[in-house]
Design a protein around this ligand. Structure first.
Ligand code: UDP
Ligand code: MG
Length: 319
């Protein structure tokens, strides 16, 4: 009976899948693995499974992964045919993960692994579905970059309906329902910061100070970050489409102004300057064009929403 009890317990043991996107991380991977094994896997009362995603690295990342796999059964990896970007790597990792809890973690040890234990404690003892991490300082980051990052979060909060927390990192531990919800987001062009917020669920934030990468270097140039931010806005807001409404209003006001001006001249029986009449006609027709564009935008917004194929609702609990 006791043995049966033990095996039952073992079956019930929680399993945490750690998803790690890797792009040219040969330098840090062995250290990453050793550290997580030491600080988490060996100390925890849950099982740990690693899902490394080799995102088309050009260094020997794949060899390091093969070696780790040989030494440890809990190591799994997926290797892409080329570099598809961190978002694709994350998605692949989440799909492969089998644990009832899933963690997302960078390979560079900027995310303190020991925090996983705390995250797990919170998830099993409190009514949260996800424990995320956010850095409260941007120490060691160029000032301009911090400024633009702040701007981005502020703009995003205004124009989109998802909440994106300033300083939130991808480093987080989630329950299975939340992971399934994220996978059910069918969009191909993925912006995880938005998706994590869009699916809802209760998130607890742990704060910590920024930590520098232990080795290797960041893959983010300023240009790449800017593109990423603009892409995020495109994915989670249709507000920019409204610009046509604004221009319509502008053209309307100017047409009205110029028109009144012409009528006044006509009433006074004065000669109407050629420039004035030409401007009024241009203004009037611009207004027509912008009305047309605004109508088209309204339909594009519908297409945009439909084409994302997002779930209509996400269930958290059902009995
Ligand atoms: N990464 C990836 N594909 C890419 C770029 C980055 O899988 O095209 C991985 C990278 O190996 C690391 C994580 O994403 O594990 C975060 O990258 P990085 O540390 O360069 O970003 P930062 O921490 O500076 O935001
Ligand atoms: Mg990093």
């Amino acid at each position: 009976i006791y043995r049966k009890y033990i095996s039952e317990r073992r079956k019930m043991k929680d399993k945490i899948s750690i998803v790690v996107p890797c792009f040219n991380e040969e330098e840090v991977l062995p250290l990453f693995f050793r550290t997580v094994q030491e600080k988490v896997a060996s100390r925890a009362f849950f099982e740990v499974e690693y899902i490394f995603v080799n995102d088309g690295s050009t260094d020997s990342t794949i060899e390091v992964l093969r070696e780790l796999r040989q030494k440890n059964e809990n190591v799994h990896y997926v290797s892409f045919s080329r570099n598809f970007g961190k978002e694709a790597a994350l998605y692949a990792g989440l799909k492969e993960a089998e644990g009832n809890y899933v963690a997302v973690m960078d390979a560079d040890l900027q995310d303190p692994p020991e925090m996983l234990l705390e995250m797990y404690q919170i998830l099993i003892s409190k009514d949260y579905d996800c424990v995320g991490s956010r850095r409260v300082t941007r120490k060691g980051e160029p000032v301009i970059r911090s400024f633009f990052a702040k701007m981005f979060y502020r703009v995003m909060a205004k124009i989109s309906d998802v909440e994106i927390v300033d300083g939130a990192r991808d480093f987080r531990l989630m329950t299975r329902p939340m992971v399934d919800a994220i996978i059910s987001m069918a969009e191909k062009d993925r912006f995880s910061k938005g998706i994590f917020g869009w699916v809802g669920f209760d998130i607890k934030w742990l704060e910590y100070e920024n930590i520098d990468r232990v080795a290797g270097h960041t893959k983010w140039s300023f240009k790449k970050l800017l593109k990423y931010a603009l892409g995020g806005i495109e994915d989670f807001s249709s507000v920019p489409l409204k610009i046509n409404l604004f221009f319509t209003a502008l053209a309307f006001v100017s047409t009205l102004g110029l028109g009144t001006w012409m009528i006044v001249y006509a009433i006074l029986g004065k000669y109407i300057p050629l420039l004035l009449s030409i401007s009024s006609v241009i203004s009037l027709f611009s207004m027509f064009i912008f009305i047309g564009l605004a109508v088209i935008s309204a339909y594009i917004k519908k297409i945009y929403k439909e084409s994302k194929g997002r779930p209509i609702y996400i269930i958290k609990e059902k009995k």
